[in-house]
Design a protein around this ligand. Structure first.
Ligand SMILES: Nc1ncnc2c1ncn2[C@@H]1O[C@H](COP(=O)(O)OP(=O)(O)OP(=O)(O)O)[C@@H](O)[C@H]1O
Ligand SMILES: [Mg+2]
Length: 260
């Protein structure tokens, strides 16, 4: 299984929107996709998908449910685990709770890709998610504050581990615009941080994306032929290009996250 963590420095740059739509694009290749809402503040994934979770990771930590019992199916070929407060608890488990989570790790097989949508910022939990995942996708917009904050999270992650990072430029006005933005960040990471940052594409501003959120239905489902949907699709294909080589598992990811 391929684990992918979607994150950003600044909030509101499109992580949740892109996570869902990248997930749908990947599911269309026949891969089984599981989405995990790793946002500690507002749980947004389920809102954008128009579903109300009855159970979250909290119920697994408490030992009331197994991971496979809290998975929700959607109509779009992707499954979802709601995080809520349980996500913060994962990082701070007592021995009984740890055993509750570990016990059913292996019971949740069959997925090819796990996408974790995180909150913004350099908080401990976000960095832990990034480090535990195979791949980290940094989302930024061309806005200077978003770029500065993207630089901040890249620097923090690379200070912990020299892992290859991926970049997606959201709300770019053109391919040229995106290239310019990407080269500013990759220039810095290559020169000073010995990390690698691969730009996997860009997504233009599209009012249909905002509309799809109001409709609580994914953009790729409502507007599959729009230019922005095509750019999302291309980025998704670049993300999964080499994922057949990955021998990761949900168990491995959670073990790294929990720290045992
Ligand atoms: N390419 C785009 N074109 C137009 N609107 C967009 C685009 N990408 C995102 N948006 C809008 O930006 C808003 C924020 O998006 P989203 O909630 O996905 O960001 P986020 O990074 O997950 O935010 P948070 O940091 O709060 O979790 C949404 O209302 C969404 O419709
Ligand atoms: Mg979000």
């Amino acid at each position: 299984m391929h684990t992918l963590c979607v994150t950003s420095g600044k909030g509101g740059v499109g992580k949740t929107t892109l996570s869902i739509n990248l997930g749908i694009a990947i599911a269309r290749t026949g891969r089984r996709v599981l989405m995990l809402d790793g946002d500690l503040g507002l749980a947004n994934l389920n809102v954008m998908l128009g579903i109300i979770p009855k159970l979250t990771i909290h119920d697994v930590v408490r030992g009331h449910k197994t991971l496979s019992e809290i998975v929700m199916k959607t109509d779009y070929g992707i499954d979802l685990i709601a995080g809520a407060s349980g996500i913060a608890e994962l990082a701070n488990l007592g021995e009984t709770e740890r055993q509750n989570v570990m016990r059913d790790l292996e019971g949740l097989g069959g997925y090819d890709v796990l996408i974790i949508d995180t909150g913004a910022g350099i908080g401990d939990n976000v960095v832990r998610f990034v480090l535990a995942a195979d791949d980290a996708l940094i989302v930024t917009t061309p806005h200077p504050t978003s770029l500065t904050d993207a630089y901040g999270i890249i620097k923090t992650v690379l200070a912990e581990e020299a892992k290859p990072l991926k970049l997606l430029v959201n709300c770019a006005t053109s391919a040229n615009d995106a290239r310019r933005i990407a080269s500013r960040l990759t220039g810095v990471t290559d020169k000073f941080m010995h990390g690698s940052l691969e730009c996997i594409g860009y997504v233009p501003v599209d009012p249909l994306i905002e509309k799809s959120i109001l409709a609580q239905k994914p953009h790729l489902i409502l507007n599959p032929r729009s230019a922005s949907a095509q750019r999302i699709n291309e980025a998704a294909m670049r993300l999964i290009k080499h994922d057949n080589n990955l021998k990761s598992s949900l168990g491995r990811f959670l073990r790294k996250l929990i720290g045992h």
